[in-house]
Design a protein around this ligand. Structure first.
Ligand code: A2H
Length: 253
């Protein structure tokens, strides 16, 4: 990776009641799954949240007594960055694995979908971000490929206890236009690079690099309130807006 630390926007995705069994002990608290993203301006297109079924997560107490779910590694970074209790200590409330929080309902900022669900993504890395990834299939090839896998493969849904209602109604949303790619950049990229599934590592890498650059340098917003504005010009504005509303926080690693 590059020099210096990477800055991410952590999107706070609020857990809806009823909480899953493993989180019953914090049922009186506000719980957020926190997802690290480089593209805060795409949050209008969130359709679900990704967690890795076999990966370890923790629920920790934040400064203001809310609960964040992320990897232990991310929790430690957060504590160094002053996001946990004032003495910098880490208060782990529960240890979890991804499957414990699979198929739970979330309320996420900016998306038009009232409730979105946690779904399995098998390629999430342990050593990046929070281990929780928000899904924007319109603009992220990884997200489109993984969501399409779940839609096409009933056994995959069944294996992780995902019902059809958590997957089928959720379609990529047109939020950014990229000339030569259209209004669903990631969908076009997956076609052009012939990505067949989330396991097409090399093709996905190419699709991702291409759309990431094009989205940033050539992307124009389609979303109401930002129509016609360049992604470059609104990225920071949208990020700051979410932070001020308490829907996001900055995080470095
Ligand atoms: B991005 P970088 Cl719309 N494992 O957010 C795998 N992927 C992870 C991750 C992990 N542990 N943590 C974060 N990510 C994803 C939005 C998005 C992203 C769009 C387009 C491109 C894109 C919606 N998903 O990323 O290695 C997150 O997905 C393309 C690079 O630090 C995060 O931003 O560059 C991005 O990868 C961070 O990856």
């Amino acid at each position: 990776e590059g020099v210096g630390p990477q800055e991410y926007t952590l999107i706070k995705m609020k857990l809806k009641a009823p909480y899953p069994a493993k989180l019953a002990c914090v049922s009186n608290r506000t719980v957020y799954l926190v997802a690290a993203t480089l593209r805060p301006e795409t949050m209008f297109g969130q359709t679900n949240c990704w967690v890795r079924p076999d990966m370890k997560y923790v629920a920790i107490e934040t400064k203001n007594e809310d609960v964040f779910v992320c990897t232990r590694r991310a929790a430690r970074n957060m504590s160094y960055q002053g996001m946990t209790r004032s003495d910098g200590s880490l208060n782990v409330l529960v240890d979890l694995v991804g499957q414990d929080i699979m198929g739970v309902g979330l309320e996420a900022p900016l998306t038009a979908y009232k409730t979105i669900y946690t779904l399995p993504m098998l390629t999430i890395k342990e050593d990046k971000g929070t281990g929780v990834v928000t899904s924007v299939p319109s603009d992220a090839p990884d997200d489109f490929a993984a969501l399409r896998d779940l839609k096409n493969k009933q056994p995959l849904r069944e294996k992780y206890g995902i019902s059809d209602e958590m997957v089928m109604p959720f379609e990529p949303v047109s939020i950014i236009n990229v000339p030569s790619y259209g209004n669903l950049c990631a969908v076009t990229a997956c076609e052009r690079y012939k990505v067949n599934s989330q396991n097409d590592k090399d093709k996905l890498l190419e699709a991702k690099e291409d759309t990431y650059k094009k989205g940033f340098y050539e992307g124009v917003m389609l979303v109401k309130g930002y129509e016609g504005q360049k992604v470059q010009d609104v990225k920071k504005v949208i990020q700051t807006d979410m932070i001020e509303k308490g829907d996001a926080v900055l995080y470095k690693e």
